[in-house]
Design a protein around this ligand. Structure first.
Ligand code: HEM
Length: 303
């Protein structure tokens, strides 16, 4: 599946993402508070991922509602609710695939979803269940991840005018990407993943037997004083190699380039279309509650 997520495969989407971001930023009111999570992050994530996958614009509200419910279900810790929400997402994906079957195979539709439906692995086409599973992995959690990352980025810009000024001064893409990674390291909203040990292991002085359930806390690891010194000190260059926002090893995020491209473009358009991004003085930002990270609400005022 990695072939869909290489720099070459993603390059044609740059302009589409830029149009999505520019249109969204232009539609936001000036001089009054907007929520950087729900009104910027979630809307942008849903529109950009839909543009990438070739999904119809009229799915937007269903996807936005789904992100909110998935978030609430995750927060509740209620396994049966998260299961139901996952199933409702699969139904939504099937409703995208069904009418496209003819187009994908006969009329040669050539967007990412159509190409996925034509993909062969080990000499056979993917099954329906596999296609749904891939699309679930590409969108399910990641709409929320991108949305929450944008909330963190907007909060950082609003509280660090010097960073805002620097980014407005025309910074190369690679430097913006490094700054985005570092802001997300300092306040990583993608909190954790789980593992089961396959053999006895000693880690950080703790002995774990085979079959132990382990929680990897990326947010905490990204702020490890033994590694980063002052975890709030911004040093994109020095900390790049140790940044764990996209995980590490065998399961490291394959969507990193796509996520970074989308977030860079969202930040660039937000900065290009405004002269200032400030926190709303009337309503404080609200932290998300564990197990969800980042911010639940970031009221910002654009001028
Ligand atoms: C800012 C947004 C994102 C963040 C912070 C993020 C973070 C992560 C992290 C930490 C992992 C490692 C999970 C683990 O070790 O168990 C991961 C895995 C994964 N990510 Fe992302 N991700 C983001 C966006 C995306 C996007 C846009 C896509 C796809 C289009 C994507 C697809 C995946 C997939 C399929 C995996 C599982 C890889 C595996 O288990 O081998 N992610 N992501």
């Amino acid at each position: 599946m990695d072939r869909f997520l290489t720099p070459e495969a993603l390059a044609p989407f740059r302009e589409r993402f830029r149009r999505v971001a520019a249109g969204l930023v232009a539609s936001l009111p000036r001089g009054v508070a907007v929520d950087a999570v729900s009104q910027v992050g979630v809307r942008f994530a849903v529109r950009a991922q839909s543009a990438w996958l070739g999904w119809p614009a009229d799915l937007e509200d269903r996807l936005v509602d789904w992100v909110a419910e998935n978030h609430a279900a995750t927060r509740s810790g209620d396994r049966s609710w998260t299961q139901r929400v996952a199933e409702s997402f699969d139904d939504l994906i099937r409703s995208v695939l069904e009418p496209r079957r003819g187009a994908a195979h006969e009329d040669g539709a050539d967007d990412v979803t159509a190409r996925l439906m034509r993909t062969e692995v080990n000499g056979r086409p993917l099954t329906d269940a596999e296609i749904v599973s891939v699309l679930r992995n590409w969108t399910g959690g990641d709409l929320g991840s991108i949305a929450h990352c944008i909330g963190v980025l907007a909060h950082h810009l609003a509280t660090h005018p010097a960073v805002q000024d620097h980014l407005r001064s025309g910074v190369p893409d690679a430097e913006i990407d490094a700054i985005i990674d570092e802001i997300l390291r300092i306040d990583d909203p993608f909190v954790s993943n789980r593992r089961v040990t396959t053999c006895p292991v000693t880690i950080g002085g703790a002995e774990l037997p085979q079959g132990a359930r382990v929680k990897l806390n990326w947010t905490s690891a990204n702020r490890d004083e033994a590694v980063f010194g002052d975890p709030d000190a911004m040093d994109p260059e020095r900390n790049a190699d140790r940044n764990l926002v996209y995980g590490i090893g065998r399961h490291a995020c394959p969507g990193r380039l796509l996520a970074t491209l989308e977030m860079r473009i969202a930040m660039q358009e937000l900065l290009a279309a405004t002269s200032s991004i400030a926190l709303d003085s009337q309503r404080p930002a609200e932290r998300a509650v564990s197990p969800v990270g980042g911010w639940a609400l970031v009221p910002i005022v654009l001028t």
